[in-house]
Design a protein around this ligand. Sequence first.
Ligand code: GDP
Ligand code: MG
Length: 162
Amino acid sequence: PVPVVAVVGRPNVGKSTLVNRILGRREAVVEDVPGVTRDRVAYEATWSGRRFTIVDTGGWVPDATGLAAAIAEQARLAVDLADVVLFVVDATVGATDVDDAVVEILRRSGKPVVLVANKVDDAATEADAALLWSLGIGEPHPVSALHGRGSGDLLDAVLEAL
Ligand code: GDP
Ligand code: MG
């Protein structure tokens, strides 16, 4: 079976932009409005000759109500189905309480997690990415999903985790 990589994180951190970057085409819905990707969407991807399914999810806000709760449930289901979880954080914002809560859920899932420090568009932002070691879930991989910076190294790390 083709392994499944689930992309999770708070709304607006760049999950769908990252999925598009990995696919090399614009397919996942990207919006400036937080939380626009409401459902899980699965795509077939290939890197270094290895195929995997990548699952984009809506924003994940634990203990939220209404639409946010539905989105959170979708993300939880995506994690349950995943072989590897790509946990995306906005390095320019830093770790939030919600990110800490997500880390707890990821830990409990027992799945391998690759931490993505997104929006590292330039070398000056690398220091922000390093601060995400404080999440306690391993090495932050600095990436600019928008410009492609660091995406090759990230995909190498994903394949290693598979
Ligand atoms: P999602 O809600 O996590 O799926 O986030 P989106 O992919 O929809 O992106 C939210 C916003 O962040 C959009 O305006 C994107 O263009 C922007 N964005 C995503 N990745 C990057 C990045 O690497 N650098 C910068 N500067 N902006 C980004
Ligand atoms: Mg999205």
